[in-house]
Design a protein. Sequence first.
Length: 464
Amino acid sequence: MLTGFAFAALLGAIAPATPAPSTRAFTATMEHAIDDLGNRIVQGKRSPGLAVGIVAGGRIVYAHGFGLSNVARSTRFAPGTQTYVGSISKQFTAAAILLLQQDGKLKLDDPVTRYVPELTIAKNVTIRQLLNQTSGLPDELDAPGIDQDRTKSIKVADIVAAMNNVQPVSPPGSQFRYNNFNYLVAGLIVERVSGIPLSDYLQQHIFIPLLMNQTFYAGDSGVSPQHAVGYTGSPGNFVPTKPWDPAWLFGDGGVVSNVYDLAKWDIGMPLLLRVDAERDMFTPSGAPGAEQYGLGWVIDERGGKRYIWHNGEIGGYHTMNALLPDDHVAVIVFANVDAFRSRSVVQPEEVAAQILDIVLPPARAHVDNAIVSRATEWLGRVANKNIDRTQLTPALSTILSDDVIAHAGYAALGKPLDVIPIASVSQSDGGTLYEFLVRFQSGSYHYRFGLTSDGKIDEILLVP
């Protein structure tokens, strides 16, 4: 589930020059700062438990747990504690499709109906469009006649059949729209092409080769008694959640793992995927929408460098897996509480961002004062709902609807205490993407402000 305090119009892939890999050592000072961050979160009752892992230079340099994985039993949350990873599971389903393509058993541009003929509304959709989230298929929660209570038992086949009674929301390939159903269908394709259950394929072709011995697909294998209990609620008032039925998680959210194993995945992907397959995974579709999406990953930018990530959230669990590949750094955050009832609970996306600022502090960049002033002005315009649409590109103006502006929440952050330029990247269309570190009373955010060659604003994005 993609969540975040952000909105944006990403109109094309940003391809910055690749910087030299970071040689910055992981220090005791960094370790203490991250320990302090984790302890503050659990002591502030923002989550029952938390686990953090950091990869640098191809090895785990930090792994620590905080708080409790099971409150009733006072069980410590450790880096080895198993937990649902939610939509991070999409990375594994996408990798399974790429492995099948490597073996010559399918092609990304094959039609979906070649393998799932009963899904008649997907007759013009390709596998690549499923994985890119540009299929135009409706969301599974729109299916008529289906009980939307995800804790109740349901069959994948019943979800697929019901979806044929819903109209597509857009032509295939025309726009990005995040949709779990895309990956449910992708999971079916893995099963039908391989001839074995999705859980077995992932086990045999990904988890075992990478020695991910504590990772499995919960839909088929059940869940270990030692896994973290999932909670929901508000700070200091958490209650255990009911587990979601495996059919709702099929292909998109059913993987259970721990910090150590997910670190093996972040390190070992190149051992499984050929160079062309990894390039496909990390290449955005370029379709307009709220994110640029590759195959199971959001393709983003942070401090002028590639930032590739995905979060996950299902009932009781919220996770983040973030890569800065040019610095050979990855950050993993697991929490055993969802944010469905309260945004005041821990947000793993924010925690990962704070950790990255500790491990790789952003450097100040030279940006004209006029640009800094204009970017700062627009933070205020969004907060005050004072939008001059003549300054926006048509695409951004469409995305920043009055409803989006009304719910953006920028006003709650208060007035910026500081706006520090940290990157300026030229884009292929002649425009420039600026990135700032913005400090508020409540914390720091990264702020992206994009301008076209003729001075129109084509991106406004505030993220942790």
